[in-house]
Every structure is written in C-alpha cells, then in structure tokens.
Ligand binder design. Structure first.
Ligand SMILES: [Zn+2]
Length: 185
C-alpha cells in the first residue's frame, strides 16, 4: 500500500460499510497531527492493489483509495482504521533509499505503525482469511495485488472480528501467508 502519484483506474462506488469513513478518517488525521495537510477524500473502487494514498507535497489534501473487496457491511472498523492509519503514516515517514533501492516502508515505518496500530496482526489475520483467495503479495515491490477474479469473494462469508481476536491458534496454518502479507503491504 503505497504512495501513488497517479489516480488508480476505476470508478468510485457507494459505500456499503457499516460506518462512516470520513469522520473516522478526519479523527485519525487529527490524532496523527496531520490536520495541516488538508482534507482527504476516501473512495472504494475496483483497482489493482488493496489500497493506496495519493498526495503531493505542497498541495492541500489528497485521496485514499481502498479496493472494492473492503466494500461490505461485514468489514470490521478496526481493519479499515488500520489501513487508514497505515496510508496516512506514509505522509509522516517518507520512502528512503536503503542499499541503493527506494524503500517505501523503511524499518522506522514499521516501528511507528506498530505503535499506531497495536491490533495490526489481528487485522492482518482478518484480511488473510477474508481475502486469501484473491490477493497476491509482492514483497520486492512492497505491494499487495488483488486478482481480477476478486468478485468470487461474494460466495464466501467474511470472518467475524471477535472470532479473530478470540482464536489466534485456529489460524496458525495461515501464519506464513500472514507474515508475507505484513511484509508486502
Ligand atoms: Zn504502505
């Protein structure tokens, strides 16, 4: 989930989430000390990756895009909140060159994210279980692709958040996928 200069191709959808994202986003932005960067829009749409943020230094505001796989009333608020915090953190901790390669998520990014989203491993467990059939992690490019076949998710139920919190061991067989995803985000 990276900082993008281009708008992802796709059409914004009506939100089917069970809560309002804009007040949540504004609250997080305020809490992170990012009021001065201006307001952010939020869109749900079918696109190539799980989420991204568009923002240019010196220009007010920006845009946050989430893939349509999130556009469902059963998607828990903590998962959306995790991604919003992650995306906004890109404004505070920029990409930097490490060993000759531009890294969008340097070690200090992950450290800050852990403090900002203490529930992030539960959130990733939820995402791996909900989306496993349609996502592909790309560690070298630090991104998570959503396959074109994502609409087949409509056949499955999304997991219940409380179940994820209560039962860590149940998903131990998915540990490798979860780790891969956490590193490729
Ligand atoms: Zn990211």
């Amino acid at each position: 989930m990276a900082l993008s200069r281009r708008k992802p191709i796709g059409y914004p959808e009506i939100s089917f989430l069970s809560f309002d994202v804009l007040p949540l986003l504004a609250g997080i932005q305020h809490e992170m000390g990012l009021d001065a960067v201006g307001p952010f829009t939020f869109s749900l749409q079918s696109m190539a990756t799980l989420a991204c943020i568009r923002w240019e230094q010196g220009k007010p505001g920006g845009d946050i895009y989430f893939h349509s796989v999130f556009n469902h009333p059963d998607v828990p608020q903590p998962v959306i909140e995790h991604i919003l915090r992650h995306e906004l953190l890109h404004l505070k901790i920029p990409a930097r060159v490490i060993d000759g390669k531009l890294i969008h998520h340097p070690p200090e990014f992950w450290e800050a994210e852990q403090a900002l989203v203490p529930w992030k491993s539960a959130s990733w467990r939820w995402m791996v279980i909900a989306f496993w059939a349609v996502i592909k992690t790309d560690i070298p490019n630090e991104c998570t692709w959503v396959k074109k076949s994502w609409q087949k998710l409509q056949k499955y139920l999304y997991p219940i958040w409380q179940m994820i919190l209560d039962d860590h061991n149940r998903y131990s067989d998915k540990q490798d996928q979860i780790k891969g995803l956490m590193e490729s985000l």
